[in-house]
Design a protein around this ligand. Sequence first.
Ligand code: PMP
Length: 452
Amino acid sequence: MPISPSPLWHPCTQMYQHQDHPPIEVVRGQGAYLYQADGTPLLDAISSWWVNLHGHSHPKINAAIIDQVQQLEQVMLAGFTHPPIEALAQRLVNLTPAPLTRCFFADSGSAAIEVALKMSLQYWQQSGSPERTTFISLANGYHGETLGSLAVTDIPLFSSQYQPLLIQHLRAPSPDLTLKYTDESDESFLTRQFAAIKALVEVHRDRLCAIIVEPLVQGAAGMKMYPPIYLNWLSSLCREYDIHLILDEIAVGFGRTGTMFAHEQADICPDFLCLSKGLTAGYLPMSCVMTTEDIYQAFYSPDVARGFLHSHSFTGNPLAARAALASLDIFANQHTLNRNQVLIQTMQQELTKLQTHQHIAHVRQTGMIGAFNIVQANGTSYPATSGKGKLVAHYALSHGVLLRPIGDCVYLIPPYCITPDEIRHVLDTARRAIEFAVSQHLPAMMSEAALP
Ligand code: PMP
């Protein structure tokens, strides 16, 4: 068996598959495009794992990082501070609901989830409720792959092997609208799903720390979407039973759902707001957990051990903070959210055209995220091992578009510099890719599990 000479072990990858399809080498990025060594462009329709916001190699973000690297590349954030991180914390506080007054920085999305889980648990420990040690997450939820975040993630492919390392929490049914019965209204389906989580809270109320959810879009499970009203109900439930609400906006924050943050659409304020990915416009690893004064005060004490003694070496890195500030400047100066409305409408028009396609079902959109599923001609799903998504990815790549379906879910989350014509091109390529995929039979060996 030929083994690749590269020492690289790629993330979320069965390396065996690279025998036939070596990883694509990208040497340069510009705007919505990535470029291979021979100059071949690839339209990055998924923002490089949903991180890139304003395009690759953006001149303003590049300039901010270059300016910062000449002043200070890194300083530890325990006992020290620096202007970019102070400015970023203030900007985030200004952008989010008034009760969110405090920012704790970490270095990845998963780390932010660990921080939120630990903070919530420690809050209850230090507020006279040490029996509260359990979290509720949603079916299909994804919150990362470190052990704490994986314990609240419901993607068995990623978690089942590691069960001996994972703490058991509680799981409630997903509000994903594709799960409703064909003759059921959205409202009655959501009422049904909400009743289940409410019942869980009622039974376990005394031992609950928090409910954690991805607001509006459950990304890694295959862009499963639900409307803001479910978040309103959830927020009221948390208030009624005095438990925390953790909103994981790691994937959906910074304009992806149409508004700056997804929770704005429900007009609610969580106890913890987790941000990453788009925080630095996809440039550098950084995450932030925002929380309230009430929670902050529960840690504030002359007793060192009551503090939140959690740290990452690169917490609050100045280069990442400058990238984040430059990104927020672009939002403000270029009215990005307003300009995105045109892209959102284009996506809507193009998605509508796909609705009648016999191999496409569950066409859906939340702001700048569009998705649909590949189905058989009779409308039923393909078996999980059909590999249709993989064929779509190969076809799209060979036609210059980077798509990475999750199982049979084809989606786009483009950078905001994409043009309406490019959106049309992406969706047209996706349609042709599906037509190609359904006409092929992939050998079982190549079939792929649903990886994000
Ligand atoms: N939460 C959500 C909703 C995510 O989509 C992701 C990453 N896809 C994470 C958490 C984990 O972030 P990271 O990969 O930076 O650890």
